[in-house]
Design a protein around this ligand. Structure first.
Ligand code: HEM
Length: 188
């Protein structure tokens, strides 16, 4: 363990320690919420939607919520993640590229980017299944709980989304394994 600083550095050290702890709390809570929502969607919603066990109103709300969680965690995760990066792997590129933990952090960032993009594109494809939608309007409005793709059967919507959800599932599992390796340590 590093020695505790004294004198004029003590106060700054205390502030950074508290901010780092707060950052970890927000980071892990947001990660759990987001990955949990994706697993819930893939495991429960897609099969139910494909068999018409869900009506369109329920499907709309679930898709809209998944997109919202993706977007707010899409701010919380990078803000806290880059802060942790800045504090834990400061100015030394060797700490990132020369260690297993560093590679795990880079993999985390890449998986996050790929998963975020995939969900945005997949839900956009579902929104446009009944006709074209301006991508800028989609960015501002999201999926639209009260319609937007009315007249399209729930099964059709689920079928359009399924490939995106399956790849998202694989990326989510990759992220969870990555986070577990960071938490548990890799004996390499
Ligand atoms: C912009 C995206 C992200 C960045 C830059 C980032 C960065 C980081 C950093 C620097 C750490 C601290 C690593 C260490 O302790 O050495 C960390 C920890 C963690 N991250 Fe991320 N992360 C991102 C996204 C995610 C996502 C999407 C998840 C979802 C599973 C996630 C889950 C975690 C967890 C659970 C930890 C705690 C691991 C531990 O106990 O050390 N992160 N992240």
């Amino acid at each position: 363990m590093a020695p505790t600083p004294t004198g004029r550095y003590a106060r700054r050290w205390l502030v950074v320690s508290w901010l780092l702890t707060l950052s970890y709390v927000v980071h892990v809570a947001a990660a759990a919420f987001w990955t949990g929502a994706i697993l819930f969607y893939a495991y429960l919603v897609v099969p139910a939607g494909g068999r018409s066990w869900l009506d369109r109103a329920a499907m709309n709300v679930l898709l809209d919520r998944l997109l919202r969680v993706t977007r707010w965690t899409g701010i919380a995760l990078p803000v806290t993640g880059f802060y942790q990066w800045w504090v834990l792997y400061p100015v030394d590129p060797g700490a990132l590229l020369g260690t297993t933990r560093g590679w795990l952090v880079l993999a985390m960032l890449s998986l996050w980017g790929a998963l975020n993009g995939l969900l945005e594109v997949g839900i956009y494809r579902m929104r446009t299944v009944g006709g074209s939608v301006d991508p800028v309007a989609y960015l501002a409005e999201g999926f639209l709980v009260d319609g937007g793709v009315d007249g399209v059967a729930t099964e059709r919507l689920a079928a359009v989304g399924r490939p995106y959800v399956l790849v998202s599932l694989a990326l989510t599992v990759g992220l969870l394994v990555d986070a577990a390796l960071l938490a548990g340590g890799v004996p390499l």
